[in-house]
Design a protein around this ligand. Structure first.
Ligand code: F6P
Length: 308
């Protein structure tokens, strides 16, 4: 997200805009927590993950009072336009603001890659590379001890990180919320791998799966009892949401941020700047929602045939 803010500020200045940074997302908009940003203010931020403006889950923005306050801030501070960087929830908020007559542009950012209308979102590639980095290390110890590892990754509703991380990291099995699989089948597939000569098994579990199958450590206990194999669990958690962004993410963020500045300067609003087949395009905010399913089911089948 830092790359996107930096690009917006620098391209915006070039086009005669006066960018302002709102701290902590909608929370800062409600409270009026903001400051002008010059090209020098965004120096050096491109190599850092997260966002130097901070961010927040903001339940207040879901209330009528919170939304009224946000509109008051926009009027009081004479904000000519608003650029919202975030996931499906943030972009829904952007759509609501647009419906109230505010000039809004959305930029997609969610490591779950579940935003409808864009092939990629800011942060996805960096998170995936972190998962692959972790799987490489886990495989070394799994192989040495001939163990089964369950690796829980983020994705409460989306199996994208689990699936793509699993393919890139060479996992044996990938469990995603979009596809229902029973525990017996998982245990049988793990056993089958050992019978065919494998010395380890890596099962990538998307966080959302645990709502149906129970906590990952319970899935591990089941597999241990069914197969007699040694099973360990690693939960990657929030380390997937930080770290120096990959080149891909920096370039994507830069392109999206710069396009947002160009759209503001040209008076184009009410859309999310999206990436489709490598090209930037505008998707009306009213059409932005959750991608369902968030994964390509063909790639899901590929992951399992490659893990055999
Ligand atoms: O943005 C979505 C997500 O990355 C989910 O995959 C994950 O479960 C969630 O965020 C975690 O959110 P929080 O950091 O607020 O617990």
């Amino acid at each position: 997200m830092n790359a996107a803010v930096r690009a917006f500020v620098r391209r915006g200045w070039e086009l005669g805009l006066a960018p302002i940074g709102i701290r902590r997302g909608y929370a800062g908009l409600i409270e009026g927590d903001m400051a002008p940003l010059t090209p020098r203010d965004v120096g050096g931020v491109i190599e850092y993950g997260g966002t130097f403006l901070h961010t927040a889950r903001c339940p207040a923005f879901l209330t009528e009072q919170g939304r009224r306050k946000a509109l008051e801030t926009i009027e009081r501070e004479k904000l000519a336009a608003l650029v919202v960087i975030g996931g499906e929830g943030s972009l829904k908020g952007a759509c609501w603001l647009s419906e109230q007559g505010i000039k809004v542009i959305g930029l997609p950012a969610s490591i779950d890659n579940d935003i409808k209308g864009t092939d990629m979102a800011i942060g996805v590639d960096t998170a995936l590379n972190t998962v692959v980095w972790a799987l490489n290390r886990i495989r070394d110890t799994a192989l040495a001890h001939e163990r089964v590892f369950l690796v829980e990754v983020m994705g409460r509703k989306s199996g994208y990180i689990a699936l793509m991380g699993g393919i890139a990291g060479g996992a044996e099995i990938v469990l995603v919320p979009e596809v229902e699989v029973g525990l017996d089948q998982v245990a049988e597939e793990v056993s089958a791998g050992y019978r065919k000569g494998k010395h380890h098994s890596i099962v990538v579990v998307a966080e959302g799966v645990t709502e149906r199958l129970g906590p990952t450590r319970e899935i591990a206990r089941f597999i241990r009892e069914k197969t007699g194999l040694e099973v360990r669990v690693t939960v990657l958690g929030h380390l997937q949401r930080g770290g120096s962004p990959t080149a891909y993410d920096r370039i994507l963020g830069s392109r999206l941020g710069a396009r947002a500045a160009e759209d503001v300067a040209a008076g184009r609003f009410g859309h999310m700047v999206a990436l489709q087949r490598g090209e930037l395009t505008a998707v009306p905010l009213s059409q932005v929602g959750r991608k369902e399913p968030a994964i390509d089911l063909g790639l899901y089948r590929l992951a399992h045939s490659l893990g055999k």
